[in-house]
Design a protein around this ligand. Structure first.
Ligand code: FMN
Length: 442
């Protein structure tokens, strides 16, 4: 492994943090999700803490049992646009769906974000999987898994073509002659795909990164293939080192098969860190968070992931044998099913214990301990071919982001695994090459 390889760090935020019950913690401002000051505070902490990017998840619906947990969510692109003006170094990655947005809108919004941030924008490409999202857009159900990914490819290809429809030096802006742009350098795309059509060109000039960073999070066969073709960064749910290494190897090999350099596809497992001065303190904090969990709500969520109604199941018995890890029952997230079922079987969890894991870490790697303990885990994953970086999913904001910055980041820096290095565009900082065919104006 190269000596100067630098670990990447994204701060991932869903609402008030990744723990289902985080909003009920005594220190939480439960109504903060609609308060811009909350988002500004988080962005500044993450930027000052050295994170490469802030990464906002999104779902286009108020979720099941919304009366018992926080699922309201403002549009990530609106939040990130506001954060663009109060940050200057951190990347801003927002989630948007290929199932419910037209590529012209998507290409335009992310190119605009890339301009106003001077090259710090990223798009987390999701296909959407929740039926409630379908209902909000006039559908009776979500299209099936294969169709969603086929559409995602079509929409992404169109968005990429729209970004590429402008050469970087197309604007001449010659006041004397009155020539504003060179028409030869701004071309229609005439995209006619199976799902979407767009003539183009885009009405936003080429942005500083050429195109935003593309992140993606599905890990089924179709999801992996999609990521290997299009993504710069893969967000993955892993809680077992061996599985994470296998996933990493598989993704790098797929990138190669698609004619890409393996290092052009970065693998970021999610990690849910609870850092404290002592292991005991960190464990107590997890116990406190879990004490606020509403069991019925998390049970509904697990049933939904597994595609099986568990409302009558015995909470103090193991997960029923009929549930398999291959995810065949689930049309929502096959990868998440595999991880959750595997955790339950490997650690001999009762259903109640599995619900706690889901509430606190959503199936991601849960790292509870001192800064050094958590840094040990991250170092192991980074140095043994399981991760290029991590999506840090602090369970309760801002407290757990703060303790990560104060306790884990210094340990990573001291071991020369991470550097507080904020030069250039997000793409440059991540060591990713320019978009193909993109030459920045001199
Ligand atoms: C770690 C992770 C994070 C995700 N975040 C979101 C999200 O913010 N919004 C969303 O609509 N889907 C999200 N998804 C769902 C994926 O985009 C995808 O639709 C789903 O995982 C199904 O694909 P798969 O079967 O290939 O895993 C996420 C999935 C994973 C694994």
């Amino acid at each position: 492994m190269s000596k100067d390889r630098r670990m990447g760090l994204n701060a991932v935020i869903f609402g008030l943090g990744s723990h289902e019950a985080g909003w009920r913690m005594p220190e939480s401002n439960a109504l903060a999700s609609t308060d811009l000051d909350y988002w500004i505070d988080i962005a500044r902490r993450a930027e000052d803490g050295g994170f490469d990017a802030l990464f906002l998840g999104d779902v286009l619906a108020l979720q099941q049992s919304a009366d018992r947990h926080l699922s309201d969510a403002m549009d990530p692109l609106i939040i990130l646009s506001a954060l663009a003006s109060v940050t200057s170094r951190i990347g801003l990655i927002g989630t948007a769906s290929t199932s419910f947005d037209h590529p012209f809108h998507l290409a335009r919004r992310f190119a605009s974000l890339d301009h106003i941030t001077k090259g710090r924008a990223g798009w987390n490409i999701v296909t959407s999987s929740n039926a409630l999202e379908a209902y909000n857009f006039g559908l009776d159900a979500m299209p099936d898994h294969a169709e969603r990914y086929a559409r995602a490819a079509d929409v992404t290809q169109a968005a990429m073509a729209l970004w590429d429809s402008w050469q970087a030096d197309a604007r001449i802006a010659e006041k004397q002659s009155g020539r504003y742009l060179d028409p030869a350098k701004v071309q229609p795309i005439d995209h006619e795909g199976p799902f979407v059509r767009s003539r183009g060109p885009l009405n936003v000039p080429r942005s500083p990164q050429g195109r935003p960073i593309l992140a993606q999070a599905g890990a089924s066969e179709a999801g992996r293939d999609f990521a290997a073709r299009y993504a710069d960064m893969v967000f993955t749910v892993q809680s077992d080192l061996g599985d994470a290494q296998a996933f990493y190897r598989d993704m790098k090999a797929r990138a190669l098969r698609h004619g890409r350099a393996p290092e052009s596809l970065l693998i970021y497992p999610g990690i849910v860190p609870i850092a404290a001065q002592t292991l005991g303190e960190a464990e107590d904090r997890l116990v406190q968070m879990n004490s606020f969990m509403v069991i019925e709500h998390v049970l509904t969520k697990l049933s939904e992931f597994l595609g099986t109604d568990l409302s009558e199941a015995n909470l103090d018995a193991p997960l029923p044998d009929t549930i398999s890890a291959n995810g065949s029952q689930s049309q929502s997230s096959q990868s998440r099913v595999a991880v959750l079922v595997k955790i339950a079987r490997r650690d001999h969890l009762t259903l109640r214990q599995l619900l706690m894991r889901l509430a606190s870490g959503r199936g991601h790697l849960l790292a509870v301990g001192t800064g050094a303990d958590i840094a040990d885990t991250m170092q192991l994953w980074f140095e043994t071919g399981a991760a290029d970086g991590f999506n840090v999913m602090s369970p309760v904001m801002p407290a757990d982001l703060e303790s990560f910055v104060n306790l884990v980041v210094p340990a990573l820096v001291a071991r020369a695994l991470f550097a507080m290095d904020h030069h250039g565009t997000l793409r440059q900082r991540l060591g990713l090459s320019r978009a193909p065919g993109f030459t920045a104006p001199s």
